[in-house]
Design a binder for this molecule. Structure first.
Ligand SMILES: NC(=O)c1ccc[n+]([C@@H]2O[C@H](COP(=O)([O-])OP(=O)(O)OC[C@H]3O[C@@H](n4cnc5c(N)ncnc54)[C@H](OP(=O)(O)O)[C@@H]3O)[C@@H](O)[C@H]2O)c1
Length: 406
């Protein structure tokens, strides 16, 4: 329903359920202000999206902060507005909220449903597997009172979580789940080396290993992350600062290459110490890239798998391929998730077997600042912002309305 009498609703308020205002508040990126987040993100009142038959509008209660919004605002490494062709962009690839309007072809969802959203947006639903990332390659993300998504992107909001917790985990958790469960196919009894175990992907990789009956060895660089890793079920922790020459810094002299191999062997011995036996890990969880990839190849066991979804430290990878073929190891690529795997992953959260690890929650006005702090590497873990929720701690629409009414 569109009620022409409602133009714009203040942040923290909602119109009656299902009534769509003409405009919505949003943090908007435009090419003329590409730059750091405090410049690129500006609040504007924007027209509310029209929807196609397979789409829905969701009233956003909270949104998750991801690095892709920073890239969008910088206009680098690509001008992402060119992928959707609009002169503006609303970022945000994670959200929790309430279904507000449903397209005629959407069967499984109704107005009022409380949901989280996965960001796998299909280019041609039903005919093509081609995917774009909602809120990055599409212009209608979650840093707005109302977002537009395909019905297939909706998942039930886990009832025990607050709006902000529910908005915090999708992109990173569904990626980690796809990597370990669907792509590397981890099996009970296997051991998994998790790089960046205190980071966005890592905190979920550790929990998934535990659920799957695997022992996870967490690699971190700080004591607080080591503590968090053990809390989340890691079997042991390695401080990567003890192995500084592990990092590959091309070009290398033969002496440097030898030092690096010796350090990699010492790292492998540390794994033996933790496991209490002379055994390698069957699976390596990779996303660091250039700095760690040669070690990951070496450290995986015979027939081991190295599953990779990113390359934070550089994507041009150089490694000694003999270590791959002689021991018949496999490198497995993985990229986000689809509706099926996101749904299976979400069930584990609904059942309390995997929990979000939200480290901070910002108010609506602080959306540029939250991204600026991430840009300056001053945040860690997963971070949310409040959009429609008037305060932290609320779990249902009913509760939210009660607080709005005061
Ligand atoms: N393809 C996909 O669908 C997809 C989805 C999500 C993320 N990604 C990519 O995956 C990567 C990780 O994402 P994230 O959310 O986990 O990021 P994050 O929260 O920033 O965590 C990355 C972790 O990497 C570790 N790290 C950084 N430099 C390192 C080095 N030189 N050696 C070893 N470890 C290092 C850090 O941990 P310590 O300092 O504690 O070791 C850090 O916590 C990013 O490149 C991201 O773009 C891809």
């Amino acid at each position: 329903m569109t009620d022409q009498t409602i133009d714009l609703v203040p942040i923290g308020q909602t119109p009656p359920l299902g009534v769509v205002p003409q405009r919505m508040k949003a943090f908007v990126i435009r090419p003329e202000r590409f730059g750091p987040p405090t410049e690129s993100f500006q609040e504007e009142a924007m027209p509310v999206w029209d929807i196609a038959p397979d789409e829905v509008l969701v009233w956003v209660m909270a949104a998750g902060v991801n690095y892709n919004a920073i890239w969008a605002g910088l206009g680098q490494p690509v001008n992402i507005l060119k992928s959707h062709g609009l002169p503006f962009h609303i970022a945000g690839s994670d959200a929790s909220g309430v279904v507000w309007k449903v397209g005629s072809a959407v069967r499984n969802w109704k107005v009022g449903d409380e949901v989280v959203i996965h960001c796998n947006h299909l280019v041609e639903p039903g005919t093509s597997e081609l995917q774009t990332i909602w809120g990055y390659e599409t212009p209608d993300g979650s840093f707005a009172q109302i977002t537009r998504v395909q019905g297939q992107q909706l998942l039930p909001k886990p009832k025990h979580l607050t709006w902000e917790e529910a908005a915090s985990y999708g992109l990173t958790y569904f990626t980690a789940h796809r990597m370990l469960i669907d792509r590397a196919e981890i099996q009970p009894g296997e051991d998994v080396l998790v790089w960046g175990a205190g980071g966005g992907l890592g905190v979920f990789a550790l929990q998934l290993c535990k659920v799957a009956g695997c022992r996870a060895i967490a690699v971190v660089s700080r004591p607080d992350k080591a503590e968090l890793a053990m809390e989340l079920g890691a079997y042991g922790v390695i401080d990567r600062n003890e192995f500084s020459d592990l990092q590959f810094r091309p070009p290398e002299s033969p002496e440097q290459a030898k030092t690096r191999l010796d350090t990699t062997k010492a790292f492998g011995k540390r794994i033996w110490e933790i496991l209490g036996e002379k055994k390698s890990v069957e699976v390596v969880f990779e996303h660091v890239g250039q700095r760690t990839f040669p070690a990951s190849i070496w450290l995986a066991s015979k027939f081991g798998r190295i599953v990779i979804c990113g390359a934070t430290t550089g994507y041009e990878l150089t490694f000694d391929v003999r270590h791959l073929w002689m021991s018949q190891k496999r490198i497995i690529g993985s990229h986000f998730a689809d509706a099926d795997s996101a749904g299976r992953a979400n069930k584990l959260v609904e059942r309390g077997l995997v929990r979000p690890v939200m480290t901070e929650c910002f108010a609506w006005d602080a959306i540029p600042e939250a991204h600026q702090r991430m840009y300056e590497n001053k945040l860690h873990g997963t971070v949310s912002v409040l959009v429609g929720a008037p305060r932290e701690g609320l779990k249902t629409f009913e509760e939210t309305l009660a607080v709005q009414k005061g």
